[in-house]
Design a protein around this ligand. Structure first.
Ligand code: UGA
Length: 472
């Protein structure tokens, strides 16, 4: 079975690499010629996204001739004709005017498939991009309308992806479940099921549940899963605020809640609010969908709002800790990516925090192990490149700052030398602040330091000004 993956973005690349690792022959196409040139570079393979393990997997499967990349429509054409399983993995960003997903890339792919697929093979076209419920069905109609000759030769399926950035290869190779929606009533429906069973057969060894359902249910499963997880995060964040106000410790509360197997430990880490390319966008799209169908989702609407307000709350906390005197203050921001193990800064709370602090006149020094370049591009885009100092390591970022804000829980921020931090920070005794928005440190580690330690949903550890002199 030959597989075509359309889109060399995050999902497309991980899927293409993993399918080829399963032993299938895979062609991954993208219209971005630079991206494909980098992926085809024989001496210096360039993978356009940072994902642990992905580069090695691509290199290995390219070497073994199972994985190919192309942007050339001519070259693609013959390989395209041989593929019987076609995955669409192009982007579906939020539209600027509404919160609906923008389907222009998906539509372009559907139209070009309708024009160039030959009718001599049966094929399954599988939607892997996250698309609003009903889209795959509509795209099947669009495709058949454009080329009625292919109507009974091509069957449509939906196979949403549940990969987490930073853990994508493992998530693909050891998923909790695989969801497949197949259009009903097509003469190829059960053939499509057999094809998808075959492509995921390598995972049977791990007894991965493979759930077949209708198209709409598969599409909704994706949105419902992300919205549920986003709800868990928003919920624990609100509990953290309550814990802070009541003198409770959210870490203990989350542990106590999570040990109930019905609740579970995961996604109960409080922080600056969820970000990334999925939770915010997908929650908003679900709200828009529910409204459009006249069944508004009050709960998901509240989650979206709660997450937006979260940022104001976090900002107030930072400003309050500084007695609202931000203008001209040097402040360090550790972490720019929306989470560790990725260079993705889309909807990253760190960027919003920096932007708001700069607006108030703060002088920002920042460091992130892998997201600096994307963050620079973002700030250049909004014309805020100038006042930011891009440091080479966390200590350089901290140097001379009165406040340090840890936003992304990269491992290298988990065991900073706190005495060194204290010496590098600058400010009158008792007025240096370390704001840990991910609770990576234990409270007791901050005793005997001249730094106020503010975390999320836990009591403040106040600076001990005498310690400044002890450690000089
Ligand atoms: C998320 C889902 O976890 C994946 O299953 C899904 O496939 C993916 O979206 C997608 O739709 O493509 P991802 O966005 O990579 O994956 O990141 P997560 O690890 O889920 O984190 C999302 C956000 O929630 C991050 O900002 C993270 O910092 C935050 N979060 C997560 C918390 O603040 N606390 C937690 O306990 C967990």
């Amino acid at each position: 079975m030959k597989i075509l993956v359309i889109g060399a973005g995050y999902v497309g690349l991980v899927s293409a690499a993993c399918f080829s690792e399963f032993g299938f022959e895979v062609l991954c196409v993208d219209q971005d010629t630079n991206k494909i040139a980098g992926l085809n570079d024989q001496t210096d393979l360039k993978v356009p996204v940072y994902e642990p393990g992905l580069k090695d997997l691509i290199a290995k499967n390219k070497k073994e001739q199972r994985l190919k990349f192309s942007a050339d429509p001519g070259a693609v054409f013959s390989l395209l004709q041989e593929a019987t399983l076609i995955f669409i993995a192009v982007g579906t960003p939020s539209r600027r005017d509404t919160d609906e997903a923008d389907l222009k890339y998906v539509e372009t792919v559907i139209d070009s498939l309708a024009t160039c697929l030959s009718p001599d093979h049966e094929r399954t076209v599988v939607m892997k991009s996250t698309v609003p419920v009903g889209t795959t069905h509509r795209m099947a109609a669009r495709f058949r309308n454009k080329n009625p000759l292919l109507a009974d030769k091509v069957v449509f399926a939906s196979n949403p992806e549940f990969l987490r950035e930073g853990a994508a290869i493992n998530d693909f190779m050891r998923p909790n479940r695989i969801i497949v929606g197949i259009e009903s009533g097509h003469r190829l429906s059960s053939w499509a099921q057999t094809q998808l069973e075959a492509v995921y057969r390598p995972l049977y060894l791990f007894e991965t549940p493979l759930l077949f359902m209708d198209l709409a249910s598969a599409e909704l499963t994706k949105y419902a899963s992300n919205a549920f997880l986003a709800t868990k995060v928003a919920f624990i964040n609100e509990m953290a605020d309550i814990a802070e106000a009541c003198g409770a410790d959210i870490q203990k509360v989350a542990q106590g809640m999570g040990l109930d197997a019905r609740i579970g430990q995961k996604f109960l880490h409080p922080g600056p609010g969820f970000g990334g390319s999925c939770f915010p966008k997908d929650s908003r799209a679900l709200v828009a969908l529910a409204k459009e169908k006249s069944v508004p989702s009050l709960l998901v609407e509240a989650v979206v709002l709660s997450n937006v307000r979260r940022l104001d709350r976090i900002l107030n906390k930072i400003l309050h800790s500084m007695g609202n005197a931000v203008k001209g203050q040097k402040m360090a921001v550790l972490g720019l990516a929306f989470k560790p193990q990725t260079d993705d800064v889309r909807e990253s709370p760190a960027l919003d925090i920096i932007e708001k602090l700069i607006q108030r006149g703060a002088l920002i020094q920042t460091y992130d192990p892998s997201a600096m370049s994307n963050a620079k591009t973002y700030f250049r885009g909004i014309g805020r490149d100038e006042p930011i100092v891009w440091a080479h390591d966390p200590y350089q970022a901290i140097m001379g700052c009165s406040t340090v804000i840890l936003v992304t829980e990269w491992n290298e921020f988990r065991s900073l030398d706190l005495n060194r931090v204290q010496h590098l920070m600058q400010g009158p005794p008792g007025q240096k602040n370390f704001v840990d928005l991910r609770n990576v440190y234990e409270l007791k580690e901050w005793q005997n330091l001249d730094i106020n330690y503010l975390s999320v949903g836990r009591r403040i550890i106040y600076a001990d000004p005498l310690c400044s002199t002890h450690h000089q």
